[in-house]
Ligand binder design. Sequence first.
Ligand code: F6R
Length: 614
Amino acid sequence: MCSVVGYIGKNYSRAFVMEGLARLEYRGYDSAGFACLSPESHRLLYAKAEGRLSNLAKKFEQTPIDGHLGIGHTRWSTHGVSSENNAHPHFDCEKRISVVHNGIIENHHELKSKLQAGDHVFYSDTDTEIVAHLFESLLLTHQTFKGAIVDLVSQLEGAYAFLVLMQDFPDQMLLVRKRSPLCIGIGDDEMFLGSDLLGFAGRTDKVLFLPDESFAIVTRDTIQLYDFKGASLPLNVQTVDVRWMDFEKQGHEHYMLKEILEQKRAIHDTVGFLHGASGQIWDLLGVSSDFIKQLHKINLMGCGTSWHAARIAQFFFEEICLMPARVHLASEFRFMPFFTETNTWYIAISQSGETADTLEALRMINSMKLPTATLTNVASSTMVREAGGFLLTQAGPEVAVASTKAFSTQLTALYWLAHRIALEKGIISESDLGRAEEDLLVVAEVLENTIENYKFDIANKWAKQYAHYKRAIFLGRHTSYPFAMESALKLKEIAYIFSQCYPAGELKHGPLALVDAETPIFLFSHQDELIYQKLLSNAQEVKARGGHLIIFAFDGQTELIELANLVFVIPRVKPLLGPLAMTGLMQFFVYSIAKELGCAIDKPRNLAKSVTVE
Ligand code: F6R
Protein backbone atom coordinates (compact mmCIF):
# COMPACT_ATOMS: atom_id res chain seq x y z
CA MET A 1 0.00 0.00 0.00
CA CYS A 2 1.02 3.63 -0.21
CA SER A 3 3.37 4.95 2.43
CA VAL A 4 4.02 8.57 3.30
CA VAL A 5 7.08 9.90 5.10
CA GLY A 6 8.02 13.48 5.91
CA TYR A 7 10.57 15.56 7.80
CA ILE A 8 10.76 19.11 9.10
CA GLY A 9 13.72 20.24 11.20
CA LYS A 10 17.31 21.23 11.66
CA ASN A 11 18.72 18.63 9.25
CA TYR A 12 18.24 18.06 5.56
CA SER A 13 15.23 15.91 4.83
CA ARG A 14 16.00 13.74 1.80
CA ALA A 15 18.19 11.10 3.43
CA PHE A 16 15.66 10.60 6.21
CA VAL A 17 12.69 10.45 3.86
CA MET A 18 14.42 7.94 1.57
CA GLU A 19 15.45 5.80 4.55
CA GLY A 20 11.88 5.88 5.90
CA LEU A 21 10.43 4.91 2.54
CA ALA A 22 12.97 2.09 2.23
CA ARG A 23 11.89 0.72 5.61
CA LEU A 24 8.29 0.67 4.49
CA GLU A 25 9.26 -0.69 1.09
CA TYR A 26 8.30 -4.24 2.03
CA ARG A 27 4.65 -3.24 1.98
CA GLY A 28 4.78 -3.02 -1.77
CA TYR A 29 4.55 -0.15 -4.24
CA ASP A 30 4.98 0.65 -7.90
CA SER A 31 6.39 4.19 -7.97
CA ALA A 32 7.90 6.74 -5.63
CA GLY A 33 8.50 10.45 -5.27
CA PHE A 34 10.00 13.17 -3.09
CA ALA A 35 9.44 16.93 -2.77
CA CYS A 36 11.29 19.47 -0.65
CA LEU A 37 11.43 23.16 -0.08
CA SER A 38 14.71 24.48 -1.43
CA PRO A 39 16.55 26.61 1.16
CA GLU A 40 18.20 28.50 -1.70
CA SER A 41 15.38 29.27 -4.15
CA HIS A 42 12.56 28.90 -1.57
CA ARG A 43 10.65 26.95 -4.20
CA LEU A 44 9.25 23.44 -4.15
CA LEU A 45 11.54 20.95 -5.91
CA TYR A 46 10.63 17.37 -6.65
CA ALA A 47 11.59 14.09 -8.29
CA LYS A 48 9.47 11.05 -9.17
CA ALA A 49 10.20 7.63 -10.62
CA GLU A 50 8.27 4.58 -11.67
CA GLY A 51 9.23 1.27 -10.05
CA ARG A 52 11.66 0.69 -7.23
CA LEU A 53 12.93 3.28 -4.79
CA SER A 54 16.39 2.81 -6.28
CA ASN A 55 15.04 4.41 -9.50
CA LEU A 56 14.15 7.50 -7.51
CA ALA A 57 17.54 7.45 -5.77
CA LYS A 58 19.23 7.41 -9.21
CA LYS A 59 17.47 10.63 -10.14
CA PHE A 60 19.17 12.38 -7.24
CA GLU A 61 22.56 11.60 -8.77
CA GLN A 62 21.83 14.18 -11.48
CA THR A 63 19.60 16.53 -9.45
CA PRO A 64 20.56 16.30 -5.79
CA ILE A 65 17.60 18.30 -4.46
CA ASP A 66 17.24 18.66 -0.71
CA GLY A 67 15.79 20.91 1.98
CA HIS A 68 14.87 21.09 5.64
CA LEU A 69 11.25 20.25 4.85
CA GLY A 70 10.62 17.20 2.71
CA ILE A 71 7.87 14.70 1.93
CA GLY A 72 8.07 11.34 0.20
CA HIS A 73 5.74 8.67 -1.00
CA THR A 74 5.63 5.16 -2.37
CA ARG A 75 2.52 4.46 -4.38
CA TRP A 76 0.41 1.34 -4.85
CA SER A 77 -1.88 2.21 -7.75
CA THR A 78 -5.59 2.52 -7.16
CA HIS A 79 -6.56 5.43 -9.45
CA GLY A 80 -4.54 5.62 -12.65
CA VAL A 81 -1.85 3.26 -13.87
CA SER A 82 1.59 3.02 -12.37
CA SER A 83 3.60 5.78 -14.08
CA GLU A 84 5.92 8.64 -13.24
CA ASN A 85 3.08 11.08 -13.90
CA ASN A 86 0.79 9.39 -11.42
CA ALA A 87 3.53 9.06 -8.78
CA HIS A 88 3.17 11.41 -5.80
CA PRO A 89 3.76 14.20 -4.81
CA HIS A 90 0.98 15.98 -6.68
CA PHE A 91 0.72 19.71 -7.04
CA ASP A 92 -1.68 22.61 -7.51
CA CYS A 93 -1.63 24.65 -10.75
CA GLU A 94 1.20 26.92 -9.59
CA LYS A 95 3.27 24.12 -8.01
CA ARG A 96 3.22 25.93 -4.67
CA ILE A 97 1.42 23.14 -2.82
CA SER A 98 2.59 19.52 -2.84
CA VAL A 99 0.67 16.57 -1.45
CA VAL A 100 1.49 12.93 -0.69
CA HIS A 101 -1.46 10.77 0.18
CA ASN A 102 -2.41 7.33 1.39
CA GLY A 103 -6.04 6.29 0.96
CA ILE A 104 -8.81 7.07 -1.50
CA ILE A 105 -10.76 10.27 -2.11
CA GLU A 106 -14.07 8.72 -3.06
CA ASN A 107 -15.74 11.83 -4.48
CA HIS A 108 -12.76 12.87 -6.58
CA HIS A 109 -14.68 12.72 -9.89
CA GLU A 110 -17.21 15.25 -8.72
CA LEU A 111 -14.56 17.53 -7.16
CA LYS A 112 -12.35 17.27 -10.22
CA SER A 113 -15.15 18.34 -12.58
CA LYS A 114 -15.87 21.38 -10.41
CA LEU A 115 -12.20 22.33 -10.24
CA GLN A 116 -11.72 21.83 -13.98
CA ALA A 117 -14.72 24.09 -14.60
CA GLY A 118 -12.85 26.67 -12.51
CA ASP A 119 -9.81 26.42 -14.83
CA HIS A 120 -7.65 24.09 -12.77
CA VAL A 121 -5.42 21.97 -14.99
CA PHE A 122 -4.69 18.39 -13.92
CA TYR A 123 -1.57 16.44 -14.80
CA SER A 124 -2.33 12.99 -13.43
CA ASP A 125 -5.15 10.45 -13.25
CA THR A 126 -4.97 10.22 -9.48
CA ASP A 127 -7.56 11.10 -6.89
CA THR A 128 -4.80 12.79 -4.86
CA GLU A 129 -4.18 15.66 -7.22
CA ILE A 130 -7.59 17.15 -6.46
CA VAL A 131 -6.47 17.74 -2.85
CA ALA A 132 -3.73 20.12 -4.00
CA HIS A 133 -6.03 21.98 -6.40
CA LEU A 134 -8.91 22.21 -3.97
CA PHE A 135 -6.61 23.50 -1.25
CA GLU A 136 -5.16 26.03 -3.69
CA SER A 137 -8.62 27.47 -4.37
CA LEU A 138 -9.67 27.38 -0.70
CA LEU A 139 -6.56 29.26 0.44
CA LEU A 140 -7.64 32.07 -1.89
CA THR A 141 -11.15 32.28 -0.54
CA HIS A 142 -10.52 31.81 3.18
CA GLN A 143 -9.05 34.41 5.46
CA THR A 144 -7.29 31.91 7.69
CA PHE A 145 -5.16 28.87 6.95
CA LYS A 146 -7.16 26.84 9.46
CA GLY A 147 -10.45 27.90 7.88
CA ALA A 148 -9.25 26.63 4.50
CA ILE A 149 -8.33 23.26 6.02
CA VAL A 150 -11.69 22.86 7.77
CA ASP A 151 -13.41 23.58 4.46
CA LEU A 152 -11.06 21.18 2.64
CA VAL A 153 -11.81 18.23 4.92
CA SER A 154 -15.54 18.96 4.84
CA GLN A 155 -15.46 18.40 1.08
CA LEU A 156 -13.32 15.25 0.95
CA GLU A 157 -15.05 11.88 1.21
CA GLY A 158 -13.23 8.61 1.73
CA ALA A 159 -10.24 7.50 3.75
CA TYR A 160 -7.08 9.52 3.64
CA ALA A 161 -3.86 10.45 5.33
CA PHE A 162 -1.87 13.16 3.66
CA LEU A 163 1.09 15.44 4.17
CA VAL A 164 1.09 18.87 2.57
CA LEU A 165 4.22 20.91 1.96
CA MET A 166 3.63 24.49 0.88
CA GLN A 167 5.94 27.05 -0.65
CA ASP A 168 4.02 29.93 0.94
CA PHE A 169 4.25 28.46 4.44
CA PRO A 170 7.96 27.61 4.59
CA ASP A 171 8.10 26.88 8.32
CA GLN A 172 5.26 24.41 8.63
CA MET A 173 3.66 21.33 7.23
CA LEU A 174 0.08 20.12 7.27
CA LEU A 175 -0.97 16.58 8.18
CA VAL A 176 -4.54 15.38 7.72
CA ARG A 177 -5.99 12.07 8.77
CA LYS A 178 -9.31 10.34 8.24
CA ARG A 179 -9.41 6.57 8.65
CA SER A 180 -5.86 6.02 7.32
CA PRO A 181 -3.12 6.13 9.95
CA LEU A 182 -0.66 8.99 10.38
CA CYS A 183 1.80 9.76 13.14
CA ILE A 184 4.41 12.28 14.21
CA GLY A 185 7.72 11.37 15.84
CA ILE A 186 8.90 14.20 18.05
CA GLY A 187 12.63 14.82 17.96
CA ASP A 188 14.98 17.52 19.18
CA ASP A 189 14.21 20.52 16.97
CA GLU A 190 12.86 18.16 14.33
CA MET A 191 9.67 16.25 13.57
CA PHE A 192 9.41 12.94 11.75
CA LEU A 193 6.17 12.27 9.95
CA GLY A 194 4.83 9.02 8.60
CA SER A 195 1.94 6.74 7.84
CA ASP A 196 3.68 4.24 10.14
CA LEU A 197 6.14 4.80 12.93
CA LEU A 198 8.48 2.24 11.37
CA GLY A 199 9.35 5.03 8.98
CA PHE A 200 11.20 6.74 11.84
CA ALA A 201 11.91 3.87 14.25
CA GLY A 202 15.14 4.46 16.14
CA ARG A 203 15.03 8.26 15.64
CA THR A 204 12.70 8.98 18.54
CA ASP A 205 10.42 7.07 20.87
CA LYS A 206 8.00 9.98 21.41
CA VAL A 207 5.07 9.55 19.11
CA LEU A 208 1.78 11.31 18.53
CA PHE A 209 -0.76 9.21 16.64
CA LEU A 210 -3.18 11.59 14.98
CA PRO A 211 -6.70 10.79 16.17
CA ASP A 212 -9.21 9.87 13.49
CA GLU A 213 -10.63 12.92 11.68
CA SER A 214 -7.98 15.35 12.82
CA PHE A 215 -5.34 17.57 11.28
CA ALA A 216 -2.04 18.91 12.58
CA ILE A 217 -0.01 21.96 11.71
CA VAL A 218 3.57 21.09 12.48
CA THR A 219 6.75 23.16 12.70
CA ARG A 220 10.17 21.81 13.69
CA ASP A 221 9.30 22.26 17.39
CA THR A 222 5.53 22.68 17.69
CA ILE A 223 2.39 20.72 16.91
CA GLN A 224 -1.10 22.18 16.79
CA LEU A 225 -3.76 19.50 16.61
CA TYR A 226 -7.40 20.10 15.62
CA ASP A 227 -10.51 18.13 14.94
CA PHE A 228 -12.27 18.48 11.59
CA LYS A 229 -14.35 21.39 12.92
CA GLY A 230 -11.19 23.29 13.83
CA ALA A 231 -11.41 22.84 17.62
CA SER A 232 -8.08 22.32 19.40
CA LEU A 233 -7.26 18.80 20.56
CA PRO A 234 -4.86 17.81 23.37
CA LEU A 235 -1.56 16.20 22.37
CA ASN A 236 -1.51 12.65 23.64
CA VAL A 237 2.18 11.88 23.14
CA GLN A 238 3.13 8.24 23.76
CA THR A 239 6.46 6.58 24.39
CA VAL A 240 6.84 3.71 21.94
CA ASP A 241 9.67 1.22 21.69
CA VAL A 242 10.33 0.04 18.14
CA ARG A 243 13.51 -1.84 17.39
CA TRP A 244 14.62 -1.45 13.84
CA MET A 245 16.89 -4.49 14.21
CA ASP A 246 13.83 -6.76 14.12
CA PHE A 247 13.28 -5.62 10.57
CA GLU A 248 16.53 -7.00 9.21
CA LYS A 249 16.93 -10.28 7.33
CA GLN A 250 19.65 -11.51 9.67
CA GLY A 251 21.47 -13.53 7.05
CA HIS A 252 18.44 -15.23 5.48
CA GLU A 253 17.86 -15.06 1.77
CA HIS A 254 14.28 -13.89 2.24
CA TYR A 255 12.25 -12.40 5.06
CA MET A 256 9.69 -15.12 4.46
CA LEU A 257 12.23 -17.82 5.25
CA LYS A 258 13.40 -15.99 8.35
CA GLU A 259 9.81 -15.64 9.50
CA ILE A 260 8.98 -19.30 8.81
CA LEU A 261 11.95 -20.34 10.92
CA GLU A 262 11.05 -17.97 13.75
CA GLN A 263 7.74 -19.67 14.46
CA LYS A 264 8.76 -21.84 17.39
CA ARG A 265 10.10 -18.76 19.14
CA ALA A 266 7.01 -16.75 18.20
CA ILE A 267 4.64 -19.40 19.56
CA HIS A 268 6.67 -19.67 22.77
CA ASP A 269 6.60 -15.89 23.21
CA THR A 270 2.87 -15.76 22.57
CA VAL A 271 2.13 -18.54 25.06
CA GLY A 272 4.47 -16.93 27.62
CA PHE A 273 2.79 -13.57 27.17
CA LEU A 274 -0.74 -14.99 27.47
CA HIS A 275 0.19 -17.09 30.48
CA GLY A 276 1.49 -13.95 32.21
CA ALA A 277 -1.52 -11.88 31.16
CA SER A 278 -4.10 -14.49 32.18
CA GLY A 279 -5.06 -12.72 35.42
CA GLN A 280 -5.83 -9.40 33.70
CA ILE A 281 -7.02 -10.84 30.43
CA TRP A 282 -10.58 -9.47 30.53
CA ASP A 283 -9.30 -5.99 31.39
CA LEU A 284 -6.95 -6.16 28.41
CA LEU A 285 -9.79 -7.31 26.21
CA GLY A 286 -12.11 -4.59 27.48
CA VAL A 287 -14.76 -6.90 28.91
CA SER A 288 -15.71 -8.20 32.36
CA SER A 289 -15.60 -11.68 33.82
CA ASP A 290 -19.42 -11.56 34.05
CA PHE A 291 -19.69 -10.74 30.37
CA ILE A 292 -17.60 -13.82 29.53
CA LYS A 293 -19.66 -16.01 31.82
CA GLN A 294 -22.82 -14.88 30.00
CA LEU A 295 -21.25 -15.04 26.54
CA HIS A 296 -23.38 -17.05 24.10
CA LYS A 297 -21.63 -16.51 20.84
CA ILE A 298 -18.33 -15.27 19.49
CA ASN A 299 -17.90 -13.53 16.13
CA LEU A 300 -14.52 -13.49 14.42
CA MET A 301 -13.77 -11.10 11.57
CA GLY A 302 -10.75 -10.91 9.27
CA CYS A 303 -9.41 -11.04 5.72
CA GLY A 304 -7.05 -13.38 3.89
CA THR A 305 -4.79 -15.39 6.14
CA SER A 306 -6.34 -13.86 9.25
CA TRP A 307 -9.73 -15.04 8.03
CA HIS A 308 -8.30 -18.54 7.61
CA ALA A 309 -6.99 -18.43 11.18
CA ALA A 310 -10.49 -17.41 12.28
CA ARG A 311 -12.03 -20.30 10.29
CA ILE A 312 -9.78 -22.77 12.09
CA ALA A 313 -10.42 -21.08 15.44
CA GLN A 314 -14.16 -21.47 14.94
CA PHE A 315 -13.62 -25.12 15.85
CA PHE A 316 -11.65 -24.09 18.96
CA PHE A 317 -14.48 -21.96 20.32
CA GLU A 318 -17.23 -24.39 19.41
CA GLU A 319 -15.48 -27.52 20.69
CA ILE A 320 -13.71 -26.06 23.72
CA CYS A 321 -16.14 -23.36 24.89
CA LEU A 322 -19.23 -25.26 23.71
CA MET A 323 -20.79 -22.19 22.14
CA PRO A 324 -21.43 -21.14 18.57
CA ALA A 325 -18.74 -19.16 16.78
CA ARG A 326 -19.34 -17.31 13.54
CA VAL A 327 -16.64 -16.23 11.17
CA HIS A 328 -17.14 -13.18 8.99
CA LEU A 329 -15.11 -12.26 5.97
CA ALA A 330 -14.54 -8.61 6.81
CA SER A 331 -14.63 -7.48 3.18
CA GLU A 332 -18.22 -8.78 2.91
CA PHE A 333 -19.41 -8.13 6.43
CA ARG A 334 -20.77 -4.61 6.08
CA PHE A 335 -22.83 -5.54 3.05
CA MET A 336 -24.64 -8.45 4.68
CA PRO A 337 -27.84 -8.28 6.74
CA PHE A 338 -26.96 -7.66 10.37
CA PHE A 339 -28.91 -9.06 13.32
CA THR A 340 -28.17 -7.60 16.71
CA GLU A 341 -27.82 -10.22 19.42
CA THR A 342 -27.06 -9.92 23.09
CA ASN A 343 -24.21 -11.70 24.84
CA THR A 344 -22.10 -11.78 21.72
CA TRP A 345 -18.58 -10.55 21.20
CA TYR A 346 -16.82 -9.39 18.03
CA ILE A 347 -13.11 -9.98 17.59
CA ALA A 348 -11.27 -8.47 14.64
CA ILE A 349 -8.23 -10.53 13.67
CA SER A 350 -5.49 -8.77 11.77
CA GLN A 351 -1.73 -9.09 11.63
CA SER A 352 -1.27 -5.43 10.77
CA GLY A 353 -4.21 -4.00 12.65
CA GLU A 354 -4.69 -1.69 9.68
CA THR A 355 -6.56 -3.72 7.02
CA ALA A 356 -9.25 -1.34 5.79
CA ASP A 357 -12.00 -3.95 5.41
CA THR A 358 -11.45 -5.36 8.88
CA LEU A 359 -11.17 -1.90 10.40
CA GLU A 360 -14.44 -0.82 8.81
CA ALA A 361 -16.18 -3.97 10.07
CA LEU A 362 -14.83 -3.19 13.55
CA ARG A 363 -16.02 0.41 13.29
CA MET A 364 -19.45 -0.72 12.26
CA ILE A 365 -19.77 -2.88 15.38
CA ASN A 366 -18.29 -0.11 17.55
CA SER A 367 -20.88 2.31 16.20
CA MET A 368 -23.61 -0.05 17.45
CA LYS A 369 -22.02 0.01 20.90
CA LEU A 370 -21.51 -3.75 20.85
CA PRO A 371 -18.43 -5.22 22.56
CA THR A 372 -15.34 -5.50 20.33
CA ALA A 373 -11.73 -6.55 20.66
CA THR A 374 -8.87 -7.10 18.28
CA LEU A 375 -6.19 -9.75 18.00
CA THR A 376 -3.25 -8.20 16.22
CA ASN A 377 0.50 -8.24 15.98
CA VAL A 378 1.04 -4.48 15.95
CA ALA A 379 0.71 -2.65 19.25
CA SER A 380 0.68 0.77 17.61
CA SER A 381 -2.04 -0.12 15.10
CA THR A 382 -5.34 1.64 14.53
CA MET A 383 -7.32 -1.44 15.56
CA VAL A 384 -5.62 -1.47 18.95
CA ARG A 385 -6.64 2.14 19.42
CA GLU A 386 -10.19 1.70 18.23
CA ALA A 387 -11.29 -1.73 19.49
CA GLY A 388 -12.85 -2.11 22.91
CA GLY A 389 -9.84 -4.20 23.97
CA PHE A 390 -6.91 -5.98 22.41
CA LEU A 391 -4.65 -8.98 22.57
CA LEU A 392 -1.21 -8.91 20.97
CA THR A 393 0.35 -11.86 19.23
CA GLN A 394 4.06 -11.90 19.92
CA ALA A 395 5.24 -12.77 16.41
CA GLY A 396 7.56 -9.77 16.15
CA PRO A 397 7.51 -7.70 12.97
CA GLU A 398 6.39 -9.65 9.92
CA VAL A 399 8.00 -8.14 6.85
CA ALA A 400 7.35 -10.62 4.01
CA VAL A 401 4.01 -9.91 2.36
CA ALA A 402 2.89 -13.52 2.82
CA SER A 403 1.83 -14.04 6.38
CA THR A 404 3.55 -16.92 8.19
CA LYS A 405 4.40 -16.41 11.85
CA ALA A 406 1.46 -14.04 12.25
CA PHE A 407 -0.82 -16.91 11.23
CA SER A 408 0.72 -19.42 13.62
CA THR A 409 0.62 -16.97 16.53
CA GLN A 410 -2.99 -16.08 15.74
CA LEU A 411 -3.86 -19.77 15.99
CA THR A 412 -1.87 -19.99 19.21
CA ALA A 413 -3.62 -17.02 20.79
CA LEU A 414 -7.07 -18.13 19.67
CA TYR A 415 -6.56 -21.67 20.99
CA TRP A 416 -5.43 -20.21 24.30
CA LEU A 417 -8.32 -17.74 24.39
CA ALA A 418 -10.86 -20.51 23.78
CA HIS A 419 -9.46 -22.33 26.82
CA ARG A 420 -9.38 -19.16 28.91
CA ILE A 421 -13.05 -18.48 28.12
CA ALA A 422 -13.89 -22.10 28.92
CA LEU A 423 -12.13 -21.70 32.27
CA GLU A 424 -14.08 -18.53 33.05
CA LYS A 425 -17.30 -20.32 32.22
CA GLY A 426 -16.36 -23.24 34.46
CA ILE A 427 -16.15 -25.72 31.58
CA ILE A 428 -12.50 -26.57 32.18
CA SER A 429 -10.13 -26.27 35.14
CA GLU A 430 -7.01 -24.19 35.69
CA SER A 431 -4.89 -27.30 35.07
CA ASP A 432 -6.64 -27.89 31.75
CA LEU A 433 -5.56 -24.39 30.73
CA GLY A 434 -2.00 -25.25 31.79
CA ARG A 435 -2.14 -28.43 29.69
CA ALA A 436 -3.38 -26.43 26.68
CA GLU A 437 -0.35 -24.16 27.06
CA GLU A 438 1.92 -27.20 27.16
CA ASP A 439 0.19 -28.63 24.08
CA LEU A 440 0.95 -25.40 22.23
CA LEU A 441 4.62 -25.60 23.19
CA VAL A 442 4.74 -29.22 21.99
CA VAL A 443 3.25 -28.17 18.65
CA ALA A 444 5.83 -25.40 18.32
CA GLU A 445 8.51 -28.09 18.66
CA VAL A 446 6.78 -30.31 16.07
CA LEU A 447 6.40 -27.39 13.67
CA GLU A 448 10.13 -26.70 13.82
CA ASN A 449 11.26 -30.33 13.74
CA THR A 450 9.18 -31.24 10.71
CA ILE A 451 10.76 -28.41 8.72
CA GLU A 452 14.17 -29.65 9.86
CA ASN A 453 13.36 -33.27 8.88
CA TYR A 454 12.21 -32.47 5.36
CA LYS A 455 14.05 -29.31 4.44
CA PHE A 456 16.94 -30.97 2.62
CA ASP A 457 14.73 -33.08 0.36
CA ILE A 458 12.30 -30.23 -0.27
CA ALA A 459 15.04 -27.78 -1.18
CA ASN A 460 17.05 -30.21 -3.30
CA LYS A 461 14.46 -32.43 -4.89
CA TRP A 462 10.77 -31.79 -4.45
CA ALA A 463 10.67 -28.03 -4.97
CA LYS A 464 12.22 -28.57 -8.43
CA GLN A 465 9.78 -31.34 -9.25
CA TYR A 466 6.66 -29.45 -8.19
CA ALA A 467 7.66 -26.07 -9.61
CA HIS A 468 6.71 -27.41 -13.07
CA TYR A 469 3.02 -27.79 -12.35
CA LYS A 470 0.76 -25.01 -13.54
CA ARG A 471 -2.14 -25.64 -11.15
CA ALA A 472 -3.01 -27.51 -7.99
CA ILE A 473 -6.02 -28.57 -5.94
CA PHE A 474 -6.09 -28.41 -2.14
CA LEU A 475 -8.32 -30.57 0.03
CA GLY A 476 -9.08 -30.85 3.72
CA ARG A 477 -11.90 -31.52 6.14
CA HIS A 478 -12.92 -29.94 9.45
CA THR A 479 -9.93 -27.84 10.65
CA SER A 480 -7.77 -29.08 7.80
CA TYR A 481 -10.15 -27.51 5.26
CA PRO A 482 -9.49 -23.86 6.23
CA PHE A 483 -5.85 -24.88 6.58
CA ALA A 484 -5.96 -26.16 2.99
CA MET A 485 -7.43 -22.77 2.02
CA GLU A 486 -4.51 -21.04 3.67
CA SER A 487 -2.06 -23.37 1.90
CA ALA A 488 -3.67 -22.69 -1.49
CA LEU A 489 -3.46 -18.95 -0.81
CA LYS A 490 0.23 -19.24 -0.02
CA LEU A 491 0.96 -21.12 -3.26
CA LYS A 492 -1.02 -18.58 -5.33
CA GLU A 493 0.43 -15.49 -3.80
CA ILE A 494 4.11 -16.32 -3.75
CA ALA A 495 4.54 -18.91 -6.54
CA TYR A 496 1.75 -17.63 -8.83
CA ILE A 497 0.46 -21.18 -9.30
CA PHE A 498 -3.28 -21.37 -9.75
CA SER A 499 -4.62 -23.18 -6.69
CA GLN A 500 -8.16 -24.19 -5.98
CA CYS A 501 -9.30 -25.38 -2.57
CA TYR A 502 -12.30 -27.56 -1.68
CA PRO A 503 -13.63 -29.31 1.36
CA ALA A 504 -12.68 -32.88 0.45
CA GLY A 505 -16.30 -34.04 0.67
CA GLU A 506 -17.20 -31.71 -2.20
CA LEU A 507 -14.82 -33.46 -4.59
CA LYS A 508 -17.40 -35.81 -6.01
CA HIS A 509 -19.88 -32.96 -6.51
CA GLY A 510 -17.89 -31.49 -9.39
CA PRO A 511 -14.16 -30.90 -8.88
CA LEU A 512 -13.34 -34.59 -9.44
CA ALA A 513 -13.67 -33.76 -13.15
CA LEU A 514 -10.45 -31.74 -12.83
CA VAL A 515 -8.37 -34.65 -11.57
CA ASP A 516 -5.53 -35.59 -13.92
CA ALA A 517 -1.83 -36.34 -13.68
CA GLU A 518 -0.99 -32.68 -14.37
CA THR A 519 -2.87 -31.29 -11.39
CA PRO A 520 -1.28 -32.32 -8.09
CA ILE A 521 -3.68 -32.62 -5.20
CA PHE A 522 -2.55 -31.50 -1.78
CA LEU A 523 -4.50 -33.32 0.90
CA PHE A 524 -4.21 -32.36 4.57
CA SER A 525 -5.10 -35.10 6.99
CA HIS A 526 -6.79 -35.02 10.38
CA GLN A 527 -6.28 -37.10 13.50
CA ASP A 528 -9.94 -37.64 14.30
CA GLU A 529 -10.63 -41.25 13.23
CA LEU A 530 -13.95 -40.57 11.51
CA ILE A 531 -12.62 -37.55 9.61
CA TYR A 532 -9.49 -39.51 8.73
CA GLN A 533 -11.55 -42.36 7.26
CA LYS A 534 -13.52 -39.88 5.13
CA LEU A 535 -10.31 -38.26 3.91
CA LEU A 536 -8.94 -41.69 3.11
CA SER A 537 -11.96 -42.37 0.87
CA ASN A 538 -11.41 -39.03 -0.86
CA ALA A 539 -7.76 -39.89 -1.46
CA GLN A 540 -8.83 -43.26 -2.92
CA GLU A 541 -11.29 -41.50 -5.24
CA VAL A 542 -8.44 -39.32 -6.52
CA LYS A 543 -6.05 -42.24 -6.88
CA ALA A 544 -8.60 -44.31 -8.80
CA ARG A 545 -8.72 -41.52 -11.39
CA GLY A 546 -4.99 -41.30 -11.89
CA GLY A 547 -4.55 -38.23 -9.67
CA HIS A 548 -1.23 -37.18 -8.17
CA LEU A 549 -1.40 -36.91 -4.36
CA ILE A 550 0.78 -34.83 -2.06
CA ILE A 551 -0.31 -35.83 1.42
CA PHE A 552 0.35 -34.24 4.79
CA ALA A 553 -0.46 -37.18 7.07
CA PHE A 554 -0.05 -37.90 10.77
CA ASP A 555 2.09 -40.65 12.24
CA GLY A 556 0.54 -44.08 11.84
CA GLN A 557 -1.94 -43.16 9.06
CA THR A 558 -0.51 -46.00 6.99
CA GLU A 559 -3.29 -46.48 4.46
CA LEU A 560 -3.29 -42.80 3.55
CA ILE A 561 0.50 -42.66 3.49
CA GLU A 562 0.59 -45.57 1.03
CA LEU A 563 -1.64 -43.73 -1.43
CA ALA A 564 0.67 -40.72 -1.66
CA ASN A 565 2.97 -39.80 -4.52
CA LEU A 566 4.71 -37.52 -2.03
CA VAL A 567 4.09 -37.69 1.68
CA PHE A 568 5.04 -35.65 4.71
CA VAL A 569 4.49 -37.41 8.01
CA ILE A 570 3.86 -35.26 11.05
CA PRO A 571 4.01 -36.41 14.68
CA ARG A 572 0.65 -36.60 16.39
CA VAL A 573 -0.42 -33.58 18.44
CA LYS A 574 -3.70 -32.47 20.06
CA PRO A 575 -6.14 -32.99 17.14
CA LEU A 576 -7.39 -29.40 17.10
CA LEU A 577 -3.78 -28.26 16.74
CA GLY A 578 -3.14 -30.38 13.64
CA PRO A 579 -3.11 -27.35 11.31
CA LEU A 580 -0.60 -25.52 13.50
CA ALA A 581 1.68 -28.58 13.44
CA MET A 582 1.57 -28.70 9.61
CA THR A 583 2.00 -24.93 9.16
CA GLY A 584 5.79 -24.61 9.02
CA LEU A 585 6.29 -27.50 6.64
CA MET A 586 3.57 -26.35 4.27
CA GLN A 587 5.01 -22.83 4.24
CA PHE A 588 8.55 -24.09 3.68
CA PHE A 589 7.44 -26.32 0.79
CA VAL A 590 5.56 -23.51 -0.92
CA TYR A 591 8.42 -21.08 -0.24
CA SER A 592 10.87 -23.51 -1.86
CA ILE A 593 8.68 -23.90 -4.96
CA ALA A 594 8.46 -20.11 -5.33
CA LYS A 595 12.22 -19.84 -4.89
CA GLU A 596 12.75 -22.47 -7.57
CA LEU A 597 10.54 -20.43 -9.89
CA GLY A 598 12.55 -17.27 -9.17
CA CYS A 599 9.51 -15.40 -7.83
CA ALA A 600 9.74 -12.15 -5.85
CA ILE A 601 8.96 -14.00 -2.65
CA ASP A 602 8.96 -11.19 -0.14
CA LYS A 603 7.09 -8.78 -2.36
CA PRO A 604 4.85 -10.76 -4.70
CA ARG A 605 3.55 -8.92 -7.73
CA ASN A 606 0.45 -6.74 -7.25
CA LEU A 607 0.33 -7.35 -3.49
CA ALA A 608 1.01 -5.17 -0.49
CA LYS A 609 1.61 -6.01 3.14
CA SER A 610 -0.83 -3.65 4.71
CA VAL A 611 -4.04 -3.34 2.72
CA THR A 612 -5.30 0.05 3.86
CA VAL A 613 -7.77 0.55 1.01
CA GLU A 614 -11.06 -1.26 0.58
C1 F6R B 1 -1.60 -13.61 2.90
C2 F6R B 1 -1.77 -12.39 3.65
C3 F6R B 1 -3.05 -11.64 3.49
C4 F6R B 1 -3.44 -10.98 4.82
C5 F6R B 1 -4.67 -10.09 4.63
C6 F6R B 1 -5.13 -9.49 5.94
O1 F6R B 1 -0.38 -14.24 3.18
O2 F6R B 1 -0.91 -11.98 4.36
O3 F6R B 1 -4.06 -12.45 3.02
O4 F6R B 1 -3.69 -11.97 5.76
O5 F6R B 1 -4.37 -9.06 3.74
O6 F6R B 1 -4.11 -8.78 6.55
P1 F6R B 1 -4.12 -8.49 8.10
O7 F6R B 1 -3.96 -9.78 8.81
O8 F6R B 1 -2.96 -7.55 8.32
O9 F6R B 1 -5.43 -7.85 8.41
